[in-house]
Design a protein around this ligand. Sequence first.
Ligand code: 13P
Ligand code: SF4
Length: 351
Amino acid sequence: QDDACHRRIRAARERLGTRAVLLCHHYQRADVYQYADLTGDSLKLARLASQTDAQYIVFCGVHFMAEVADIMSKPEQTAILPDLAAGCSMADMANLAKVERCWRELGEVLDVEQQVTPVTYINSAADLKAFCGARGGIVCTSSNAGTIAAWAFGRREKILFFPDQHLGRWTGHKMGIPLDEMEVWDPDLEMGGLSAEQIQRAKLLLWKGHCSVHQMFQPAHILRFRNQHPDGLVISHPECSFEVCRQSDFVGSTEHIVRTIKEASPNTRWLVGTELNLVNRLAEEVKHEGKIVQFMAPTVCMCSTMQRIDPQHLAWTLENLADGRVVNPIQVPAHEAELARVALERMLAVS
Ligand code: 13P
Ligand code: SF4
């Protein structure tokens, strides 16, 4: 049955030719990733989506990535997500109603429009990107967060960063902001659970959100690795906790992790704090150079939503497209897309 599914994918791709391009995030499962035309981290995929001329952009990733592809592509192009249930649990930790409430509450103690730049991680719904676009704010990804935060601080004295507190904290730390000038905003509490003094003193307000995959990695995993392999190197994604990032030799986006290990000297050993599909693929790709690549956690942690894009969904999507039926299009409402594009284009111009 699996072979039949792969035959269907190959046949449909042949019928579609250059009308469809398959964009794949690094976390995609191997049985889908093998069909990628283009791969990358969120920033690279956002750029690629804005540059392709293909009629159909089949996004093997999660919902917010397909939304970005829709926003950044031309009106006659269509972004497609093979399974609409492929969301991002971190992106779901912030929504427009809660962010608008936060903005209102900040307005009770600050001149919020003058003092605060809203910065949303690209792992967020399109309406939050639109919120930023409308308020002089911007989008960032894990690979450009430092540059974007510097841009934001150049305009206003404070940043409201959502939804990933860990990326925000690590970025602030790398810029030299002391931890006691960063506060966590809990969207389920009145005034985020903060006093007026805490809000006035904070340079960086960090939304209380996190990634369920990256929270599995612990400093104890790094300690055990270093005891066993004193010459080993540790690389982590900035969605990991502050302590994990602090104890890593390198911290960066998925593209950065792939590039760093591929460009490293042969016969090196690596502990990697990011999703399992990426780590397994990388381990295979570099083992002929004597490089050993280990996953950080003892348990299996995959991005379960990304995993939903499987060969069955891909075959079904491509066959329908080849027959002229568009399935699972991702269409951001025009007014929202326009403002979200402002925040995304600011990001692309700055980074
Ligand atoms: P990258 O932009 O580094 O690929 O990260 C996306 C993501 O969702 C990581 O969990
Ligand atoms: Fe979202 Fe985490 Fe999956 Fe990345 S790994 S897409 S942040 S749930």
